[in-house]
Design a protein around this ligand. Structure first.
Ligand SMILES: *Cc1c(COP(=O)(O)O)cnc(C)c1O
Length: 401
């Protein structure tokens, strides 16, 4: 794996072996995140992308407070999707107006908290805008708002499409001009647009097309805005490779297109801050999930290594979160990285369901009870994206190194 090293045939995470980390944490399973990899990922983008482009961390990818704190120091802002996430972002001490809050179905309690905190609300519907205006009047505050736009195009080849066609997210682009007129009447502090079209994309040409269309849409909608745009969030969607055959996204191609788009935006949207929001790209590769083999059995010619971790801790690796055809995340035996005689093994969890697979038919060094299994690419959509109460086994721990 690109960002990890080994010593004495053992995987090192933040310079330490799985065995030593397990001793320090007091148990397996656990998630370990290496902050230096997060820093490296942000730096990779800064080196290639236009310097005027601001980067935000979309914290639902990994909301561990220590991770959010680290990311707050590396980026220009944090994007939150709930009131609890908002509190974690505010606790980092960053300026509230660099925090933005998106997500359909925000409650009055959440909107009130966001207005009182002075963070930007990305409005997901006309109804939400009306509620914000009423709540703000009661508080005698002027809310900072943007409109989340459901674009009239989609991000092709995306792991998760979140724009284009009928969607629960944002306001259809064609309804935005009328919403802007109403927004001016309500005297909200309107800043701009949030246009997020999808996630987990590894194709430069798809992202280039989506970015180009995003700016075009923003120019069109800006004509109906009550004041010049101060802010444009162009979404993110940069993916990371998970499965055999997947390649790293050619960032330089995406960067070259953004360079042209940003130059044009400097004249067509003068003074507007352009933001890209990313979760998985920044933190996904920084994390490993570690569990331990508790039993090994044979069944009709196949070997099964049963571990103390699985689907309930790491739904994504089990293939049950956003995958249509189950594929294996990259795994290794952390205490025996290589062997001359690999054997095919099925790594499974302890749950009484055939869905509880960590890695199937995977060539690995011969395994023993007590070995540590590491699942890579586990820094995003792991711990908090998993049904940890399912079957009532103990919780995994998390550590930031
Ligand atoms: C989930 C989400 C993101 C982050 O997506 P990643 O694939 O983790 O980069 C960004 N913006 C919005 C609006 C989201 O809902």
């Amino acid at each position: 794996m690109k960002y990890f090293s080994t010593a004495d045939n053992q995987l090192l995470i933040g310079g330490q072996t799985a065995e030593r980390l397990a001793a320090r944490i007091g148990q397996t399973p656990f998630y370990a995140y290496d902050r230096s990899i997060m820093t490296q990922k942000v730096q990779e983008l800064r080196n290639l992308f236009p310097e005027q482009l601001h980067l935000h961390y979309a914290m639902k990818a990994n909301p561990m407070p220590a991770v959010v704190h680290h990311m707050a120091g590396l980026t220009e802002g944090i994007d939150v999707a709930s009131m609890a996430e908002m509190q974690v972002a505010l606790d980092t001490g960053i300026s509230p107006d660099t925090i933005s809050f998106a997500g359909p179905g925000k409650t009055d309690k959440e909107l009130t908290a966001a207005i009182a905190a002075g963070i930007m609300i990305n409005m997901e519907s006309e109804g939400e805008m009306e509620r914000i205006a009423v709540l703000a009047k009661t508080l005698q505050l002027t809310p900072i708002v943007s409109i989340r736009v459901n674009p009239d195009f989609e991000l092709k080849s995306s792991g998760m499409k979140m724009g284009g066609g009928p969607k629960a997210f944002g306001v259809d682009a064609e309804r935005v001009p009328a919403m802007l007129a109403r927004c001016a009447e309500l005297e909200l502090d309107f800043r701009g647009f949030h246009i997020f079209s999808g996630s987990q994309n590894l194709k430069a040409e798809s992202l280039i097309e989506a970015h180009t269309k995003t700016f075009e849409l923003a120019y069109r909608l800006a004509q109906a805005a009550p004041a010049p745009l101060q802010w444009l969030n162009i979404g993110g969607g940069l993916g990371i490779p998970y499965f055999p055959g997947e390649q790293y996204l050619p960032l330089d191609e995406v960067a070259a297109n953004l360079q042209v788009l940003m130059q044009e935006a400097a004249t067509r949207l003068p003074g507007a801050e352009i933001v890209m929001e990313l979760g998985r790209f920044f933190v996904g590769e920084s994390g490993v999930y570690i569990c331990r083999i508790t039993d090994i059995k044979e069944s009709r010619g196949e070997t099964f290594a049963v571990t103390d971790g699985g689907l309930h801790h790491h739904l994504s690796a089990s293939g049950n979160f956003g995958q249509i055809i189950r594929k294996n995340y990259p795994v290794c035996v952390a205490n025996r990285m290589t062997s001359d005689m690999p054997e095919k093994v099925n790594i499974v969890g302890p749950l009484c369901t055939p869905l509880d697979i960590i890695s199937d038919k995977t060539p690995l060094p011969p395994v023993s009870i007590g070995d540590y299994i590491a699942v890579f690419q586990s820094g995003a959509y792991g711990f908090t994206a998993s049904p940890r109460d399912f079957l009532s086994h103990p919780e995994p721990k998390q550590i930031l190194l």
